[in-house]
Design a binder for this molecule. Structure first.
Ligand code: HEC
Length: 185
């Protein structure tokens, strides 16, 4: 249905150096008071992998599919909006990416995004880190489907990063993956 989904090998991704910080929007914003310049493209790209962003998001075509393409996020949002999306993912959830709570007639439940549904079968992506992994259930077994108020994006994905690493990640997001962007000058 989704064709060939690129799956990202999570165990092969790098990790941030840290030390870890329990980032909040206001703590993060302290490091974005002036103009963002002189950041490292390579390290920003590395942080996009280290934060596991790449398992769910694409920039310049490569990455996962459970979240939106972030290639133009820097043109659409302020740094503060981006930080808020990262620190508090459930505060605003884009319509297209809303997850569902599926209650089955036997009383059990599933959480994920409905990828496909017809009278016979319903396919739910239950693992946002691997959107190719679908759970298929007979549609007649479903009692109820409710939109979820919890984002498929987990909070705290940047918490392993130190301030320098967070700034490089932000620069990479603002640049849309363009190494010639002014944030790297
Ligand atoms: C497990 C999957 C997953 C991971 C990991 C993840 N995200 Fe997300 N992200 C999502 C989903 C799904 C949404 C859309 C739902 C929502 O708005 O909460 C989203 C939304 C966003 C948005 C808002 C985009 C928009 O157009 O509204 C930003 C910005 C974002 N993520 C950045 C990041 C960054 C940066 C990282 C890594 C530090 C990251 N995400 C890690 C799944 C993920």
């Amino acid at each position: 249905m989704l064709g060939d989904i690129e799956t990202v090998d999570l165990s092969a991704l790098p990790n941030p150096e840290g030390p870890a910080v329990a980032w909040t929007v206001s703590q993060g914003m302290q490091y974005f008071k002036g103009e963002l310049r002189g950041r490292s493209f390579e390290n920003g790209k590395k942080m996009f992998a280290a934060g596991r962003c790449v398992a769910c998001h694409r920039i310049q075509g490569s990455g996962g599919y459970s979240g939106p393409d972030l290639g133009s996020v820097g043109k659409r949002y302020s740094i503060e909006d981006i930080l808020k999306s990262i620190c508090e993912p459930s505060a605003t959830i884009s319509d297209q990416y809303t997850a569902s709570e599926v209650t089955l007639k036997d009383g059990s439940g599933l959480y994920g995004r409905i990828i496909f549904k017809n009278d016979q079968e319903t396919a739910i992506a239950t693992n946002p880190f691997n959107f190719g992994q679908l759970t298929n259930i007979p549609t007649e077994n479903i009692k109820e489907i409710q939109p979820s108020s919890t984002s498929l994006m987990p909070p705290g994905m940047i918490n392993g990063m130190n301030p320098e690493e967070l700034q490089d990640l932000m620069a990479y997001l603002l640049s849309g993956g363009n190494r010639r962007h002014v944030v790297f000058k």
